[in-house]
Design a protein around this ligand. Structure first.
Ligand code: GDP
Ligand code: IMO
Ligand code: MG
Length: 437
């Protein structure tokens, strides 16, 4: 299988976990390249068991696949060890199959405290609203990384450096928590040092030089699946800033987050839902605040896999996905949750925006919040396919005629072929173009 990036083409939760797990059957390595435990990737195994992975790559359920957590990921040892124990209890072998970059940064307790305190402060301000983060400490951990204050996995192996860095950081963070955020609870240096010194004992077996591991695998002709978390519209550079996450889920993030060269990547699959969802705050042009939005949430079971929050729902936004396909050089789209639209009396597809001030039609997405606030979506309408069953279909051609019409239009609008169609959470509930899987 060609080396492939799999990334979210919308605002997250597109079903990346399902698609990575599906394609991992033909891969040697699955590697996560950014984000942290803010991700929630759901995998439904053929025996009916369902898992939500936050840090471990979605290839772990294929016994022959090696999993890598790259230097671009921010790792919460508490969440990671909990996840390892959880899947080990289910009979999955992790040791010897999971490798973690020695250069990945650690999430510390103060990152989570600052994340929550900063959000609470934003929510109180008159004009602004909070980002609606997952509270997993992601932003503050990346802040420290870029401010060159972060603590890396490799630091766990050197007690003296770890203690020194922690003492310095905790003193500074406590001052921030107390004086800026007015927090009543502060971090205790000794207990954090003790806690993190213990992590080294359990994590040691997983830590390695992952760029070396990956580049050797590339040299030896192994096939790599590079798993993005979050999504292109949550990207720190290309998303709807500041309502974004603090990393680069876009294709470039795979190179910097893993230490592999761009020329090693053969293709990029953009995962998109057949409609749109978003958790947290920020612009969402096709959001439906009516009973149709509620129906999508109910049928699609649109509640966050990490926080349980209800996801905001709306129609598919082809203007947005056209943009993310361009930014990422998406070679094909994996369209998920098409089955959810079967409950809709009518299905709509946003093909362009109209500027509310002068009625001008807009074909290109913008991340300028002021401009996004002054547009309304223009829709193409499709008859629903309520009574028509999709489950028996073996290929796209077997799908009911109205479904095919919707897919043809969507494909045309996003200017990219749809090569995987998902009609259920399970591996087998997938239609794929022959050569792909
Ligand atoms: P991710 O973060 O991109 O991996 O996506 P999530 O796991 O957060 O959310 C996707 C949800 O949709 C999960 O509950 C999946 O089990 C489920 N899912 C994935 N593909 C399909 C599909 O084609 N149809 C339906 N009905 N559910 C799906
Ligand atoms: P997966 O990988 C959906 C959103 C949060 C918030 C913003 C910033 O499962 O698709 P953060 O905690 O990252 O600082 O929050 O990003 N967000 C996600 N939304 N799916 C995710 O991951 C997300 N990870 C973060 O809701 O709006
Ligand atoms: Mg998710």
């Amino acid at each position: 299988m060609p080396n492939t990036i799999i990334l979210g083409a919308q605002w997250g939760d597109e079903g990346k976990g399902k698609i990575v797990d599906l394609l991992a059957a033909d891969a040697d390595i699955v590697a996560r390249y950014q984000g942290g435990a803010n991700a929630g990737h759901t995998i439904k195994l053929p025996d009916g068991r369902e898992f939500v992975l936050h840090l471990i790559p979605s290839g772990i359920f294929h016994p022959d696949v090696t999993c890598v957590i790259g230097n671009g990921v921010v790792i919460d040892p508490v969440a990671l060890l909990e996840e390892i124990h959880m899947i080990e209890r289910e009979g999955v072998l992790v040791r010897g199959r999971l490798f973690i970059s020695h250069n990945a940064h650690l999430i510390m307790p103060y990152h989570k405290m600052i994340d929550k305190a900063a959000e609470a402060r934003l929510a109180q301000q008159k004009d602004g609203s909070a980002v609606g983060t997952t509270g997993r400490g992601i932003g503050p951990a990346y802040e420290d990384k870029f401010a060159r204050k972060g603590i890396r996995i490799v630091d766990l192996l050197d007690r003296e450096t770890l203690r020194e860095k922690l003492r310095h950081n905790i003193a500074e963070k406590n001052e921030l928590l107390e004086k800026v955020y007015g927090a009543s609870e502060l971090c205790d240096v000794d207990s954090i040092i003790h806690e993190y010194e213990l992590f080294d004992q359990e994590m040691d077996v997983y830590i390695t030089d992952t760029p070396l591991l990956l580049n050797r695998a590339i040299r030896d002709g192994k096939s790599l699946l590079l798993e993005g978390a979050q999504a292109a519209l949550l990207d720190i550079d290309f998303g709807t800033y500041p309502y974004v996450t603090s990393s680069n889920p876009t294709a470039g993030g795979a190179c910097t987050g893993l230490g592999i060269p761009p020329m090693a990547i053969d293709r990029v699959i953009g995962v998109a839902k057949a409609y749109t969802t978003r958790v947290g705050n920020g612009p969402f042009p096709t959001e439906l605040l009516d009973e149709t939005g509620e129906l999508l949430r109910k049928v699609g079971r649109e509640y966050g896999a990490t926080t349980g929050r209800p996801r905001r729902c709306g129609w598919f936004d082809a203007v947005a996905v056209r943009y993310t396909n361009m930014i990422n050089g998406v070679s094909s789209v994996a369209l998920t949750k098409l089955d959810v639209l079967s409950d809709m009396p009518e299905v709509k597809l946003c093909t362009r925006y109209e500027r509310t001030t002068d009625g001008k039609q807009i074909e290109h997405f913008t991340t300028d919040l002021r401009q996004l606030a002054a547009i309304r979506p223009i829709y193409e309408s499709f008859e629903g396919w309520r009574a028509l069953d999709m489950k028996g279909a073996a290929s796209r051609e077997d799908l009911p005629r109205p479904v095919q019409k919707y897919l043809d239009a969507l494909e045309h609008e996003v200017e990219c072929p749809i090569e995987i169609i998902s009609i259920g959470a399970g591996r087998e509930e997938t239609l794929a173009a022959g050569s792909l899987v």
